[in-house]
Design a protein around this ligand. Structure first.
Ligand code: ADP
Ligand code: MG
Length: 315
């Protein structure tokens, strides 16, 4: 498929997408033009997926690949508490030998995820490259004073996490060891489940003092949060919501803390916890913000060694 054929294919496919008044100039010109909603601040993120690292074109369906590029960006936007209308700019880096059904399937997945999360595709770019990769920029909106940052956690706040962690990481580790990931793990790696409704609820009701999305492992991302907050954290190992099937294997911290969970980790001052409890979602309390330091303890209060866990792109 040639570059211009592919662009017209994308334009055709996305013609029917929801029309937002704020999209002043859609796909088709050198740039798109967006009219910001009144009284809102723009929240912007960018994330890339590279074949053989963030996904595997061998084990993911094309649709899963496409959905994932939207979902990982939605996860970032969710961590700030940003609401829609969301706009996306999509860049494909394609090897010359890439097959049309793969790329069309990926676009099908992107369309499905855009419909699910209320994302409007506003533009993009296509380039050729040795490796297949997909890059997305996503924007959302937040009211001044409602954005959730990493730096707001205070001593005494409780630490919460959405959903379950560990399965995605385990699939990735099996893949990197040269194996086909086990199906129940692969399913999680290929199908992140970001939580924009949680992020928006926390932000609008001013419940969380800080928030981060877990993309590089629960321990590492919590360390990022406490560093920005100039505080520390104590986590309770038994309270970490490890994916139930995986938990049966008694995984070590190192096995669950590597990345790709795309859950939200946030802190809540004690006086806001009642408000959080009214929100019926799978959310687990896993520890407390303390003055300084970082440790994980077992139910007897003994320290659990988490070593150097977490994903580093350039290590
Ligand atoms: P230019 O050469 O001026 O950068 P292009 O010919 O690359 O423009 O793109 C033409 C139009 O198609 C632009 O509006 C651009 O945003 C859009 N476009 C190109 N690639 C993509 C893509 N992968 N997804 C969505 N829109 C795209
Ligand atoms: Mg141009």
């Amino acid at each position: 498929m040639k570059e211009f054929e592919l662009i017209s294919f994308i334009r055709r496919k996305f013609k029917g997408q929801s029309k937002n008044k704020s999209l002043y100039l859609p796909i088709g010109d050198d740039c798109s033009i967006i009219k910001p909603p009144k009284g809102k601040l723009q929240v912007t993120t960018a994330d890339s997926l590279v074949d053989g690292n963030h996904f595997s074109s061998k084990y993911f369906t094309p649709r899963e690949i496409g959905q994932k590029v939207i979902k990982v960006n939605i996860s970032d936007i969710a961590s700030m508490g940003a609401d829609g209308p969301y706009y996306a700019w999509l860049t494909f880096a394609l090897p010359k030998k890439i097959k049309a059904p793969l790329i069309k399937g990926v676009i099908g997945g992107i369309m499905a995820a855009c419909a699910k999360y209320g994302v409007t595709l506003a533009g993009g770019n296509i380039t050729s490259a040795k490796e297949f990769s997909i890059h997305l920029t996503l924007t959302g909106w937040v009211k001044k004073g409602e954005a959730m940052l990493r730096g707001g956690a205070k001593q005494g706040d409780s630490i919460f996490v959405t959903g379950t962690v560990g399965a995605s990481t385990s699939a990735y580790r099996q893949f990197k060891a040269g194996k086909k990931p086990e199906p129940f793990l692969l399913k999680r790696w290929a199908n992140p489940n970001p939580k924009p409704e949680v992020g928006i609820y926390l932000a609008k009701n001013r419940i969380a003092s800080s928030c981060i999305d877990i993309s590089d492992g629960i321990f590492q991302d919590l360390k990022h949060l406490v560093k920005e907050s100039k505080a520390g954290a104590v986590l309770e190992w038994e309270k970490i919501p490890i994916e139930p099937e995986l938990k049966k294997r008694n995984p070590t911290p190192n096995m669950i803390g590597y990345g790709e969970d795309y859950e939200l980790l946030f802190t809540v001052p004690q006086k806001e916890i009642e408000k959080l409890k009214r929100f019926q979602r799978q959310i687990s309390e896993i520890g407390k913000i303390v003055k300084s330091g970082f440790k994980v303890v077992d139910k007897n209060g003994r320290e659990v060694d988490v070593g150097r866990t977490g994903y580093s792109h350039l290590a």
